[in-house]
Design a protein. Structure first.
Length: 146
């Protein structure tokens, strides 16, 4: 009798594990699709801004890491673009990673402020880039407004 009850409990555990696996797989797929969509959107935005500011090569917007160089090159701050690349590499080191994240955020806000001015918008728009969803709207305005 005890063996029968043990087998029943194991069947329930397998079903729970399968349900957990299915939900985790779904979550990974959904977030993966969202991540890819956001990457494509940001690459299109960066490439459009590069073309409108006559910054070459605009196709760098599609290459991970290299797009950071283009991001610095648009406002004529290539050294900051290179600094972002170095900070990205250093971010994998424990403890230093948190500091590089803060430094990267400051540099990115500065560069977005400069890009906003180049595109004829107020400099403070660069600070709006830290607000989720709002940053996507601001990026679109900077890319596609006249």
């Amino acid at each position: 009798m005890a063996m029968y009850l043990q087998n029943i409990s194991q069947v329930g555990a397998g079903a729970e594990a399968a349900g957990f696996f299915a939900s985790m797989t779904t979550m990974i797929l959904v977030f993966g699709i969202i991540g890819i969509a956001l990457y494509v959107y940001s690459a299109i935005v960066l490439m459009t801004i590069a073309k409108k500011t006559k910054t070459e090569p605009a196709w760098l917007a599609w290459i991970p890491i290299a797009n950071l160089y283009l991001f610095g090159k648009i406002p004529k701050q290539e050294n900051l673009g290179i600094a972002l690349i170095v900070l990205s590499v250093l971010s994998i080191i424990p403890i230093i990673g948190a500091l590089t994240g803060i430094a990267s955020l400051v540099i990115m806000i500065y560069l977005w402020c400069k890009i906003a001015v180049i595109r004829g918008k107020p400099e403070w728009w660069g600070f709006l880039m830290i607000i989720p969803i709002v940053n996507l709207v601001i990026m679109g305005i900077l890319a596609w407004s006249d």
